[in-house]
Each structure stands twice: as structure tokens, then as C-alpha cells.
Design a binder for this molecule. Structure first.
Ligand code: ZN
Length: 301
């Protein structure tokens, strides 16, 4: 049984319109689902990904309107790394980000920058045989587009705490750069730690959780394995576009294991993903009320 790298990463924004402008506009991702938080349907849950809404490219945001900025600390992911194809792609992004008022920090093979709410992001040149997960954007040539996640870095008070869970239970492999790699049949992602600068504060511009991808068939077995390792894991929750379990890994980072399917096109056609507010069937009766409460969003395309 192997996890297929990162499924999605979920973060917090206090400004949904600005969030759409940055992720669907500046970074050129496709909004593949505009929905509500299934645990609090009065707030948005926005999903950005490649053209098909693939796992491995999906960054999602809960919107708490006006939420103050948080800061990453122990038990939180603090950096999200995307793949790009080449140094020429970095040249393109250095210019595009600068024109968008973002300050890019170029280093060998990568660019670091912050989103408008202070979330740390990186684009890194990665040579891989894995499929590039690309969205179409009129201003971004395909060869320069973001290609899906390479990995995330988290803060911990003590990296040894999580070693056994990550390797023995979840099947990650520790590599020479002190990273843990989840490698499935079609996709891989890294997970790595940095020493925590102090206590974190959940808020706008922070990561809420990271989800790892499982096949539909193996999902229940993953739950049993995680529970068997002593983790306090939720029952399987049907998120409609995928099924999920959640637990905190020993360093405190909230992990999810989510299924590769049924997918975002189960309830709207691939061609028009994310254009209208989509509600899971048991929330449909709240549509009129929710459309009044939720902040109007710009059309990302
Ligand atoms: Zn999630």
C-alpha cells in the first residue's frame, strides 16, 4: 500500500476576492470548485488546481472574511513548493510576480515569495517523469505554468517525534536531505521539517492541513493502519468529491488521507468547473440563504 503524494493542501484566507485574484489570476491556476465549508456552510471553500482538478495540484482555501493574519509555528505547514519546468520558467515568474507587486526572492533553481496574506510559497525547477499538472491561462505559456506540488515544509519542536509514523505507518522514505518522500505509482511529494520559531497562530495566510492521496480501494485500510499506530483518527467522512480521514501526526500537523476520486466533475461538467456555487446535495436547500451571505467573487476567467 502506497500513498500517491499530496492530494490537496488547505489554507485560510480572510479575503476571498483577493485570493481568487492571486491564485487564479497571478499564479494562473484554475478555480475548479467554488463551494462552502462542509463543517460551516456560511463560509467559502475555494479550490484551485490544474485544468482537470487533479489531486497533486489542488490548493484550497477556507474564507473567514476579515480574519486577522496568522503565523506558522510548531505543528503547522509553513511553506508550499510547486514544480516548474526550467530556469526560463523562473525568469518568467520573476517578472510576472514583480509586475503583480509581489517581491520574488530568486535563488539557485527556485523563487520564494509570499501570497497577499503572507503565506510562504516557492516555485522550484524539478526534473521528473511525473505528469505536469497544468492549468490553461491566457497570459501564461504552458511551458512556464505551475506543474503541481513538489512538497511542503512544516515546523516541529522535534523532528524525531514523527519519524516512525511517517516511515513505518505511512510508508514515506527518508532521503538524504532529511526529507520524507511519499512515492506512489504515479506521483510523489516530499514532506520536511524545520525547527519551529515558536508558537503558531492559525489565521489568514496559514495552512490548515495537508492531505495525502489514497486509492479508493485502500482508503479504509489506511484508516485501520493509522488507528493501529495509536493515532486518534476520524471515521471516513464523505466529502462528496472524495472521501477523507483526519488525524494529527505526532508533530502536531493536521493530516488528511483523501481518495483519488470520485473527483470534481462528479457534479458539474469539466468544461465549467468552478463557475457557479456548487453545494453538496445535503446543503442544496440552503442555496438562497448562502448566496446572500457569501462575498461575491470576481470571475477568475
Ligand atoms: Zn482537506
Amino acid at each position: 500500500m502506497k500513498l500517491e503524494g499530496i492530494h490537496h493542501i488547505t489554507c485560510i484566507t480572510g479575503d476571498a476576492p483577493g485570493n481568487v485574484h492571486f491564485y487564479a489570476g497571478t499564479l494562473g491556476l484554475r478555480m475548479v470548485k467554488k463551494s462552502v465549508n462542509q463543517d460551516d456552510p456560511t463560509i467559502y471553500h475555494l479550490f484551485y488546481a490544474d485544468e482537470k482538478g487533479s489531486a497533486g495540484s489542488d490548493i484550497t482555501f477556507f474564507e473567514y472574511p476579515g480574519a486577522p493574519r496568522g503565523r506558522a509555528g510548531a505543528g503547522m505547514v509553513h511553506l508550499i513548493v510547486w514544480r516548474v519546468a526550467s530556469e526560463q520558467a523562473l525568469d518568467f515568474w520573476e517578472q510576472r510576480l514583480t509586475e503583480a507587486g509581489v517581491i520574488p526572492k530568486r535563488a539557485n533553481g527556485s523563487i520564494r515569495f509570499e501570497d497577499p496574506e503572507g503565506l510562504d510559497l516557492e516555485l522550484r525547477v524539478v526534473e521528473t517523469s511525473e505528469d505536469p499538472l497544468i492549468a490553461d491561462h491566457p497570459e501564461i505559456p504552458k511551458e512556464f505554468a505551475l506543474q503541481g506540488f513538489e512538497g511542503v515544509r512544516a515546523y516541529t519542536a522535534d523532528p524525531d517525534m514523527s519519524h516512525s509514523l511517517l516511515t513505518d505507518t505511512l510508508g514515506f522514505v527518508a532521503d538524504r536531505d532529511d526529507r520524507f518522500v511519499s512515492r506512489g505509482d504515479s506521483r510523489s511529494s516530499f514532506y520536511a521539517y524545520d525547527r519551529a520559531p515558536g508558537r503558531g497562530l492559525q489565521g489568514a495566510g496559514t495552512v490548515h492541513h495537508v492531505a495525502w492521496a489514497s486509492t479508493m480501494e485502500e482508503h479504509e485500510a489506511w484508516r485501520e493502519r493509522v488507528a493501529g499506530a495509536g493515532m486518534d483518527v476520524t471515521p471516513v467522512i464523505d466529502r462528496f468529491w472524495f472521501r477523507s480521514i483526519y488525524f494529527r501526526e505526532p508533530s502536531g500537523v493536521l493530516f488528511e488521507i483523501a481518495t483519488l476520486g470520485p473527483g470534481f466533475d462528479v457534479d458539474e461538467p469539466l468544461e465549467t468547473l468552478g463557475e457557479k456555487l456548487t453545494l453538496p446535495p445535503n446543503f442544496e436547500h440552503l442555496r438562497d440563504k448562502l448566496e446572500d451571505i457569501l462575498t461575491p467573487l470576481p470571475d477568475p476567467r
